[in-house]
Design a protein around this ligand. Structure first.
Ligand SMILES: [Zn+2]
Length: 436
């Protein structure tokens, strides 16, 4: 199998740790730093793939947990992977499923399984990564039981029981066929004590090794089908996995350790000692302050090897973007731009020329003939008025969600594109000062 995944560092900023590069994948290149929109259910809501390409999206994020439950991996396998299923021929990144299991679940202590103890996760907790707003509000409470072997949980849709292990997570992502996979990790919620965070980090490290072993077996062994035949899951029944026509799929190790310096550094040292293709920083954007998130980056980023790509999971609000890029993050995913768009909040600039969110549902915009953002060249800002957008949102017309999503993605892409240029021209700090 051709191992055509690599990272090319093209420019290093002299004043900060920001860098420009290119991630080469079998489905094309990703110019970094790059914002990665989230397409939880195999769709960046309301946009088709050609529109995403016009918006200069080179990779988007799909959640393994959601694909596993619906449509089910047997369906994805029938279509030959997510790329064919969605009609998207550019790179895809998937997560391990762990974060969704933990964030959509409600943990319950189990003497037989749970050695970590009970951690309360409010079922309706919202943060910038989990998908609670898309959850069926009438769904029954779900349970999550953690053991060193893996995680047992109940579907947030129908209450059926399922088990994810590091090995299964690798197999599921292999079936999805995403270009970048993430190792299965134990995601602690914000606020856990040191001892629990340490226990969770140790489990993440054990799972990282198991993920890597399974991933390497899947990547190297053309007779993978045989190995999986005895390990059939509801999602893979009656189907054999085949390496035929499979291109190389990369695996990123996940660094955990909550908000504790010692744990984060231990985790960075351990995970980077393993031969992963890149590294993901997990366990952020789970309720910690922005200062705490930046502390994590301060501790972890200098320990990561320069020649491999780094992904920050679930962070990407406007005021985070400069900070994370200055720390040397290459790619980052965030639901914020698309989620805000669907509630009528569009990025723009205020009278002070600083970034702001316009709540287009406010009555003040009903007669506004101006565009959402004078300087924006997106389809929405060059074709429709604030007054029309206001009307679409007040009447809950689908076009409103589409137009707002187009604008917010374009706007973020434009910012990140300006940042890439500024890094290459040595004026990143000046650009930041002009923006923030
Ligand atoms: Zn626009």
């Amino acid at each position: 199998m051709q191992r055509d995944f690599s990272f090319e560092l093209t420019y290093q900023d002299a004043q900060t740790h920001a860098r420009c590069g290119i991630i080469h994948t079998p489905h094309g290149d990703i110019e970094t730093p790059a914002f990665v929109p989230v397409g939880t259910q195999a769709t960046v809501k309301s946009l088709n793939v050609d529109e995403l390409k016009e918006l200069n999206v080179h990779m988007f994020f799909v959640n393994t947990y959601h694909m596993y439950l619906r449509p089910g991996l047997d369906v994805i396998q029938t279509f030959g992977g997510l790329h064919h299923f969605m009609g998207w021929d550019r790179p895809i990144i998937t997560d391990s499923g762990g974060f969704q299991i933990f964030s959509l679940g409600r943990k319950k202590y189990s003497h037989s399984l749970n050695q970590l103890g009970s951690i309360a996760v409010p079922a309706g907790r919202q943060d910038s990564r989990n998908q609670v707003v898309e959850r069926d509000q009438n769904a029954s409470p779900v349970l999550v039981k953690i053991s060193d072997d893996g995680v047992e949980f109940q579907s947030h849709w129908d209450g059926t029981k399922h088990v994810f292990t590091p090995e299964r997570s690798m197999e599921y992502q292999w079936i999805l066929g995403s270009d970048i996979h993430i190792a299965f990790d134990d995601c602690t919620p914000y606020g856990v004590k040191y001892e629990k965070a340490k226990r969770s980090m140790e489990r993440t490290h054990a799972w990282a090794k198991r993920s890597l072993i399974r991933h390497q077996e899947l990547s190297k062994n053309p007779a993978v089908a045989k190995a999986l035949a005895g390990n059939q899951e509801p999602g893979t029944k009656n189907k054999e996995l085949s390496s035929k026509n499979k291109v190389y799929q990369a695996l990123y190790g996940s660094i955990q350790g909550s908000v504790f310096e010692e744990l984060r550094k231990t985790s960075a040292a351990f995970i980077t000692s393993l031969p992963f293709d890149g590294f993901a920083i997990g366990g952020v954007s789970v309720g910690e302050s922005k200062e705490e998130m930046q502390n994590v980056l301060d501790w972890v980023m200098p320990m990561l090897p320069e020649d491999k790509p780094r992904h920050l999971l679930g962070v990407g609000e406007i005021d985070d973007i400069f900070a994370l890029i200055e720390h040397g993050v290459d790619t980052f995913d965030c639901v914020q731009p698309t989620r805000l768009a669907r509630v009528g909040r569009l990025y723009s600039f205020g009278e002070d020329k600083k970034p702001c969110e316009v709540d287009i549902t406010k009555a003040v915009y009903a007669h506004d003939k101006g565009p959402n953002d004078e300087g924006c060249q997106c389809y929405t800002c060059t074709h429709v008025t604030r007054g029309y957008l206001h009307h679409l949102f007040k009447t809950r017309e689908l076009l409103g969600y589409r137009l707002a999503t187009i604008h917010n993605i374009f706007w973020i892409q434009s910012l990140v594109s300006q940042i890439r240029l500024a890094i290459r021209e040595g004026r990143l700090v000046a650009l930041k000062n002009a923006w923030l």
